[in-house]
Ligand binder design. Structure first.
Ligand SMILES: [Zn+2]
Length: 386
């Protein structure tokens, strides 16, 4: 079945499910057809024109009454190919020297196709499973994880006992991911001729005061997480002004906060507001507005959870060595599927694909890594549903 798996991965790479806008519908359709062809169940759930989530099932076949459901998940969208030219076309899935090149080979059609083929191979082998494997192939992960939000709200996590996510981790066992909070701050001033700056209010000068306070005084309160460490923030966009001789009446920045489980995002926003109010005390005509445009919590699994131990055993069997537990600095669909306040089922994020190649030009996955990931997922599925 390895040949079929490799061909299927290439087929997925050739579908341009670039986000924005997403176009995941065609990927969902391809997976659905394959699952059904092999006697599994599948359902495409349309989000909007051309975009869909896909839910698939490998049903348990044992008569035991301690049935469990293992959800396995991967996203179908990919980030754009970028400005830097590739040596290999990002959407032709070239295979050279045991490597398959293409956008999404690592992040994460490789992991997703490996989950699908783990299910197909277990079906083919007639493996005895005490419960179902439920595939959640999501749309829109790369922009606010909108597809997984929809699946969670529609109840697809309600009957789930554990969650396996196939994001690239270089074979590391990740049991936590950071949260994300994207904040835009805009300052508003008053325009004037550049030769008469005192007649205007300079929005860039005001933003500069806010930035100064942000870089020199801003502190977040938190408890360090053993796997994720502390939070970070980075000001990644600044924009303002129209012309050299016009006093700018508007300036905006975008801040990327990455948070840990002990933090509440409302508190960060309150602290930010306090900082702006502090700047206003010395700059009375400062006018600033804050807007949140991405907000996903940090989530973690108890490292002692039996599901984590099962994954550790599977890793030992497939990779022939123990691997330590760690956490992901990025956010994943886990923030949507097991959010704080929900059932918070144990989750593990793992795939052999190399994290460092994600979102890069000439992204590739080694065929061997891909096939080994299928083995890993099969082993986890069998052990958890034994
Ligand atoms: Zn990803």
């Amino acid at each position: 079945m390895s040949e079929e798996a490799i061909e299927f991965l290439k087929k997925l790479i050739r579908i341009r499910s670039i986000n924005p806008p997403g176009n995941e519908g065609e990927v969902a359709q391809a997976i659905a057809e394959l699952l059904v062809k092999h006697g599994l169940e599948a359902k495409c759930l349309e989000l909007e024109e051309g975009r869909a989530n896909l839910v698939g099932w490998l049903r348990g076949n044992s008569t035991s009454n301690r049935k469990r459901t293992l959800a396995v998940s991967g996203h179908m969208d990919v980030v754009p190919a970028g400005q830097i030219p590739w040596r290999h076309d990002p959407f032709s899935a070239d295979e050279v020297d045991g490597k398959i090149y293409g956008r999404g080979t690592v992040d994460m059609k490789g992991g997703l196709a490996a989950l699908v083929f783990a299910m197909l191979e277990l079906k083919e082998e007639g493996a005895v499973l005490n419960g179902d494997v439920q595939l959640l192939a999501t749309a829109g992960e790369e922009a606010g994880a909108v597809g997984s939000k929809r699946l969670y709200e529609a109840g697809y996590m309600d009957e789930v006992d554990a969650l396996l996510v196939a994001e690239p981790t270089g074979g590391k066992i990740m049991v936590a991911n950071k949260g994300v909070l994207w904040v835009e701050i805009t300052t508003y001033g008053k325009t004037a001729h550049g030769s008469l700056p005192h007649a205007g209010i300079n929005a860039i000068a005001h933003m500069s005061s806010i930035l100064h306070a942000l870089f020199h005084e801003f502190e977040m309160s938190y408890e360090p997480d053993p796997l994720l460490g502390g939070p970070t923030f980075s000001v990644d966009v600044i924009e303002g002004g129209v012309k050299t001789n016009v006093v700018p009446d508007r300036c905006r920045i975008e801040i990327d906060f990455r948070t840990v489980p002990s933090q509440k995002h409302e508190h960060i926003l309150e602290e930010l507001q306090r900082l702006i109010d502090g700047v206003r005390r010395s700059t009375p005509d400062l006018r600033a507005e804050m807007r949140v445009f991405n907000d996903l919590p940090s989530v973690r699994t108890d490292p002692e959870d039996p599901f984590v131990r099962i994954v550790q055993e599977a890793v030992q069997e497939v990779y022939g060595e123990e691997r330590p537990l760690s956490g992901v600095t990025a956010y994943t669909d886990c923030s949507r599927l097991v959010p704080p306040g929900s059932k918070q089922q144990p989750f593990v994020i793992i795939c052999g694909a190399d994290t460092a190649l994600a979102h890069q030009p000439d992204e590739y996955i080694e065929v061997e890594t891909f096939l080994q990931s299928i083995q890993l997922y099969k082993t986890i599925m069998k052990k958890y549903l034994s």
